[in-house]
Design a protein around this ligand. Structure first.
Ligand code: PEP
Length: 255
């Protein structure tokens, strides 16, 4: 059984008061409504991580996650946050390679490979984002493009380390646009990625990897997406800023 994961990406939103209120609501409602088989992650801005982490009681399947880390462990990189810093406050999940980081901060596959290595070496779980632009999808080369993102950033890992990765497929044209990939489009990509992983690492390894879908996932489309055989969860932007919507998505698994 693969891990079911619903991860919120708060991006650069909320002030401290709003962040505390949102996290408290999610924790409170999740306790009554979200089955313990679903892992919930709130990827908050760095400055709230430590405070929000303390709101979560031991043993709950809820985590705070970071949205990025630097490629180096320390040094003269003003304004940056490193993997060992995140580890030192007990962070377990870190998003890497979100398309906004790739676009606005020119992050490339080679840098992301370095971040993934660092996170694994410090005992954290990278949520590795991949996904194609609309132009690439229109050109019909999306499957090859996204498979190559995995090859270049992840396929240097040993099978043992690869099993620690969570993958988030996020078509760029669906992020924050209100336009979701259809469940068939998501399944096609997720299955292609799982086969790609199987070709490299064996089917046994591929079958263990949680592949999340991200891109305008909302309560009204989550059930259909999560019903697909290779869609194991969601990476949620906008809807993760509303506790009710975030929780409703986490309640949308079939059965
Ligand atoms: C995201 O930014 O990872 C995302 C999926 O955003 P949204 O849900 O708002 O499309």
């Amino acid at each position: 059984m693969r891990k079911k994961i619903i991860a919120g990406n708060w991006k650069m939103n909320t002030n401290m008061q709003e962040a505390l209120a949102l996290a408290s609501e999610v924790i409170h409602i999740a306790q009554d409504e979200v089955p313990s088989s679903v892992t919930l992650i709130m990827s908050t801005p760095f400055i709230y991580l430590n405070t929000i982490k303390k709101l979560i009681s031991e043993g709950k399947n809820i985590y705070v996650g970071a949205q990025n880390c630097h490629t180096e462990t320390s040094g003269a990189f003003t304004g940056e946050i490193s993997a060992p810093m995140l580890q030192s406050i007990g962070i377990e999940y870190v998003i890497v390679g979100h398309s906004e980081r790739r676009e606005y901060f020119q992050e490339n596959n080679a840098q992301l490979a370095k971040k993934v290595d660092l996170l694994i070496s410090y005992g954290m779980i990278p949520i590795f984002c991949c996904g194609e632009s609309l132009d690439i999808r229109k050109a019909g080369t999306h499957l090859e493009f996204v498979k190559n993102q995995l090859t270049e950033s992840l396929f240097h890992l040993s099978a043992q380390d690869f099993e620690k990765i969570v993958i988030a497929y996020e078509p760029i044209w669906a992020i924050g646009t209100g336009e979701t990939a259809s469940s068939a489009q998501a399944q096609e990509m997720h299955q292609a990625l799982r086969n790609h992983i199987a070709d490299k690492y064996t089917k046994i390894v591929a079958d263990k990897i949680s592949i999340l879908y991200g891109g305008s996932m909302k309560p009204n489309n989550a059930a259909e997406l999560l019903a697909e055989a290779d869609v194991d969860g969601g990476l949620i932007g906008g809807a993760s800023l509303k506790s009710r919507e975030f929780i409703d998505i986490a309640k949308s698994y079939p059965g």
